[in-house]
Design a protein around this ligand. Structure first.
Ligand code: AMP
Length: 370
């Protein structure tokens, strides 16, 4: 079903600009989003399942929503669509919302949502992500199609795995065979040795100043909007990050232990300044390519994250893209070494609210919502 631009505009016509409320599922990056919305003067709504979830927000009065919608199951959100619209709600999607609802339900949620839901199709498969990112000029880790061809470290990733769960490293076919779950869909990628950086960008298609993304193909010669670097993190992954404490990989194998990549937290980082021009080049290409993915694509809108590894040759490999706010932006509720240069205390959550506020003022909400 999805949501056409005509339908979105019809809904927005009935919205009272003075009463617009930011709604978010209480998880992932919701503290940051709620806090940012409050800073920009919005009323807020939290959506949660389970009293425990709601109670915990009272520990953070700076983010505690003005109102709650308590559900038995997140899929009930679909039935509340009219209720959301009557209350002038704009939903800010994040990774947990999409996971709880399922991508098809999210796409069909009949409520104005920040960002472009159409991009989800491209983000939701590794193969399509690769087409998109390579079109944007990003180098990606090689893919190994036949496990017999493994002749150096590879990482095996399962489709739809939550936060790296179940991933494993293999050095050869024997390793692969020993660990793989053949009943699940997987991809084998070259294991890139280097340091990981998760680059949080924001693309504002309504701004005409700053670093303007130059269009390609049908958009050649056009400036598409402003690209901003908000912050950068690195994830803590259990247990690979602490594995070295137990000895060499051989020792660990003797103990029948394999490294795992389950995300447990995030740390703020910055990269060498001389790597920033390349970071912008990759992000610009990715945004420009997002408009070329299919006929009539609205392209990237708002926050996105390039997940990268920088090798000792100072080259980036991009292994994934998230086309919405990532939890890695949570360390930056009070701003980051990058966003502070432009405006202090600007988190990604607040940047989203700022963008909505500006679009309300300029009467162009349909340009940033879907
Ligand atoms: P992903 O689900 O693709 O975000 O990957 C989860 C984690 O696996 C990342 O945060 C990295 O630590 C690791 N990883 C993913 N792909 C690679 C790769 N090609 N080489 C090395 N490490 C990787």
């Amino acid at each position: 079903m999805g949501v056409s631009t005509e339908l979105l505009r019809k809904w927005l016509d009935s919205y009272d600009p003075a009463e617009i409320t930011i709604g978010v599922v209480a998880s992932h990056s919701s503290l940051q989003i709620l806090h940012g919305a409050r800073q920009e003067g919005f009323k807020t709504l939290g959506i949660a399942v389970g009293e425990n979830r709601r109670r915990f927000y009272s520990a953070f009065p700076g983010a505690d929503p003005d109102e709650w919608l308590m559900l038995d199951n997140y899929r009930e959100m679909l039935d509340y669509a009219e209720w959301f619209r009557e209350k002038n709600i704009i939903i800010i999607p994040h990774g947990s919302l999409v996971e709880y609802l399922g991508s098809t339900n999210f796409k069909n949620l009949q409520v104005p949502t920040f960002g472009n839901r159409g991009i989800l199709h491209w983000e939701s498969s590794r193969e399509r992500q690769r087409q998109w990112l390579e079109k944007g000029g990003c180098s990606m880790p090689k893919v190994i199609d036949d496990p017999h061809d493994i002749d150096g470290p590879v990482i095996v990733k399962y489709a739809g795995a939550k936060g790296g769960e179940g991933y494993f490293i293999a050095r050869d076919y024997r390793d692969f065979k020993r660990n793989v779950k053949l009943d699940e869909e997987f991809t084998i990628q070259e294991y890139v040795l280097g340091c990981r950086y998760y680059l949080h960008f924001f693309f504002d298609p309504t701004a005409e100043d700053g670093f303007q993304v130059q269009g390609r193909g049908a958009n050649a010669g056009k400036s598409l909007g402003r690209l901003e670097l908000m912050s950068m993190d690195r994830r803590d992954e259990s247990n690979v990050d602490e594995f070295y404490k137990l000895g060499s990989l051989r020792d660990l194998r003797e103990m029948n232990l394999e490294p795992s990549f389950v995300v447990t937290g995030n740390q703020p980082v910055v990269i060498r300044e001389s790597l920033l021009p390349r970071a912008f080049e990759m992000a610009e290409g990715t945004v420009a390519a997002s408009f070329e993915l299919e006929e009539g694509s609205r392209g990237m809108i708002g926050s996105f994250c390039l997940e990268t590894i920088v090798t000792d040759k100072l080259e980036f490999r991009v292994f994934e893209i998230s086309a919405r706010i990532v939890a890695g932006s949570n360390p930056f509720v009070g701003g980051s070494p990058y966003s502070d240069i432009n405006e202090p205390f600007m988190s990604t959550g607040r940047r989203i609210a700022r963008s909505i506020k500006k679009a309300i003022r300029d009467g162009c909400l349909d340009k940033i919502l879907s």
